[in-house]
Design a protein around this ligand. Sequence first.
Ligand SMILES: Cc1cc2nc3c(=O)[nH]c(=O)nc-3n(C[C@H](O)[C@H](O)[C@H](O)COP(=O)(O)OP(=O)(O)OC[C@H]3O[C@@H](n4cnc5c(N)ncnc54)[C@H](O)[C@@H]3O)c2cc1C
Length: 304
Amino acid sequence: MYDCIVIGGGPAGLAATIYFARQKLKLLVITKEVGGQTLLSSDVENYLGFHLIDGLHLVENFKAHLKDYEKDFELKEGERVTSVEKMKGGFSVVTDKGTYETKTILVATGEKHRELGVPGEKEFYGRGVTYCATCDAPLFKDKEVIVVGGGNSAMESSLFLEKYAAKIVILTINDALKGDGVLMKKVQASEKISVLANAKTTKVLGDAFVTGMEYETKEGEKKVMKAQGVFIEIGLVPVSDFIDIVKKSKQGEIEVNIKNETSVPGIWAAGDVTTVTEKQIAVAVGEGSKASLGIIKHLQQRDE
Ligand SMILES: Cc1cc2nc3c(=O)[nH]c(=O)nc-3n(C[C@H](O)[C@H](O)[C@H](O)COP(=O)(O)OP(=O)(O)OC[C@H]3O[C@@H](n4cnc5c(N)ncnc54)[C@H](O)[C@@H]3O)c2cc1C
């Protein structure tokens, strides 16, 4: 039986792993990939100690730090947790590849992109539909693209796409864009970016690849806009569907107290998947560290 299983290898889970590994606990880290959302961030300018670093290099630094402790924990990368059950003396964690038993759990599964839920979205995913401008923008060099969304994510993605795409149209269901004033000014000043307001996306169109988007105007009229790429930027949702024994908010965030304890004794949660108010790398690192210290104390008291 493990002392602790960390689910998720983003900043929250990795920060906790460093604390655990130094205590020589029997630790397992299960994650789909090491790095989490930081891998998607082009420029990080607000993480202490780094003036400006791209997400990929920041993750390389995380990995190099973990390598110092590689003998002190087990890592199952490329594995997805599908459920968590209570059992005598702890929990069983089920993945797409196996089942593991543990005394405690730290859930640090972060957030993922929200889907539009329109026909064609799933069908053309990877064939013109994408949720990540920082990953896929170079594939759309000199192409015409649509960005669906009306907030900071949509504006940031459009400004990133500006370096590559020939033309970018932001489709928003609202009357106007909402968000950071600085981003708004940059979008307005761009010669490549335009905004179509009051447009409700209804279908992604295509054959082998995306050819455009069908949308509905405020008056209920259906129209088609041609494009070779569709970037969906309508926010993020917590990744918590695999665990139903803990209390969650309406949005699916795992409820935690100031010590990162969930409603189930023995299960802690940290980072973007929780009700923590700010979703940032520094916050996730702090929350993961705090949770691990609580778990270490709990295990020491349990074994006394
Ligand atoms: C495009 C973009 C730019 C950003 N820029 C910045 C920035 O400049 N500065 C900043 O501070 N923050 C930025 N953020 C936010 C920051 O990346 C997040 O707040 C931070 O990564 C949250 O860390 P986390 O560990 O809680 O979760 P995540 O980073 O989401 O990591 C969660 C991990 O859990 C894994 N996982 C999920 N489900 C399962 C499962 N069922 N089984 C196993 N593993 C699972 C995932 O694969 C992932 O590795 C940005 C986010 C995005 C999307």
